[in-house]
Design a protein around this ligand. Structure first.
Ligand code: TXA
Ligand code: MG
Length: 321
């Protein structure tokens, strides 16, 4: 069931049920972050491994202080610059956050989302909300209430419908090493935007992370993937190499001449990376429903948001390029 009833959403959450909620990035599967049973429900519904930590959503930096120990000066600067917004900060947690939320890690991912319905919900509740993206583990993130309904509708009592997500890519995750920011996940706030606020930041390389056990499931190879195989690269070449297959295409600003209009989606005719990011996951959902043999997708100009889109597409693709 979905709707815009904040009272209903809050009632389910107070009962420790998990519901879906909109954010500006993607829809989240939310539950009381202070309650272990409520948090367990999230893992069960998503079929998510318990080793994969959740982001905790709250309505302000001052509220976050009730569940994190200390906010390093550079985290404060980033919070001031980007909250409410698509930025997650990894901060040392207080005991009130159950270990289940952080998969046993000493830090908790904290985010103040920028969506009016969800902000109102968070302001009304006496607890923050743990919420991963509201998709079955490994599938494409949902950017509409309908995506959630299709994937998890039978498992949750309510989907708070906030319309299509305006940003469309998950938040950027930043952790701190000796007070210095480190990128854990590329997301809709670009590295360039982060660096304008706090100076040069590095990216935590996969090999360092793998040693750190369950730090980054978002980085496993098959993630965000549609059911239909997807290949990423030069569209014309891919089309030529795979003739004979039923191909559907994701395009940036113009369609491919040799494919039926109904078998392709142009993300942004005006060539805006922001618009392309907003439509990316919805387009993948739509193409995945066409029952094709193959989805082909282009590489985007490889900087700023284009870099982040490429990173998501490569992760979704059946063969890394
Ligand atoms: O935009 C978003 O971030 C969305 C919306 C709903 O807020 N949420 C989201 O959650 O993308 P999820 O669970 O799909 O991805 C969260 C990522 C996971 O890869 C997880 O490993 C990482 O955040 N993460 C969470 N807490 C962490 C921690 N303490 N240390 C390292 N990584 C963490
Ligand atoms: Mg996710």
């Amino acid at each position: 069931m979905y709707g815009k009833d904040l009272h209903k959403a809050a009632t389910f959450l107070i009962q420790n049920d998990a519901i879906a909620m909109p954010t500006e990035t993607v829809y989240g599967l939310a539950a009381n972050a202070y309650n272990t049973d409520a948090v367990k429900t999230i893992f069960t519904i998503k079929k998510r491994p318990l080793t994969s930590p959740l982001i905790v959503h709250t309505s302000s930096l001052s509220k976050a202080r009730s569940f994190v120990k200390e906010i390093p000066p550079k985290a404060m600067q980033l919070a001031d610059a980007f909250w409410p917004g698509p930025l997650t900060l990894l901060l040392e947690k207080k005991r009130i956050i159950p270990d289940l939320v952080t998969a046993g890690l000493p830090t908790v991912g904290v985010r103040v989302p920028n969506h009016p319905l969800t902000r109102a919900l968070l302001e009304a509740l006496p607890f923050p909300l743990a919420a991963p993206s509201a998709n079955p583990f490994g599938y494409i993130s949902p950017t509409t209430a309908q995506h959630v309904e299709e994937q998890l509708g039978s498992k949750i009592p309510y989907i708070l419908d906030g319309g299509p997500c305006q940003v469309g890519l998950e938040s950027t995750i930043i952790g701190f090493q000796q007070g210095n920011p480190v990128i854990y996940r590329f997301g809709s706030i670009t590295q360039e935007e982060i660096e304008k606020v706090v100076g040069t930041v590095s990216y935590l390389q996969p090999n360092e992370k793998e040693k750190g056990a369950h730090l980054a499931p978002g980085r496993t190879k098959q993630h965000y993937a549609p059911h239909t195989p997807i290949l990423v690269g030069d569209l014309h070449k891919l089309w030529t190499q795979h003739q004979g297959k039923r191909i559907v295409a994701l395009c940036f600003d113009h369609p491919l001449a040799h494919i039926l209009p109904s078998d392709q989606i142009v993300l942004s005719p005006k060539k805006s990376l922001k618009e392309a990011a907003r439509h990316l996951f919805a387009a993948l959902h739509q193409l995945d429903k066409k029952g094709a043999d193959l989805i082909i997708a282009p590489l985007f100009p490889n900087k700023g948001l284009g870099y982040v889109i490429n990173e998501r597409l490569k992760r979704a693709s059946s063969r890394n390029i």
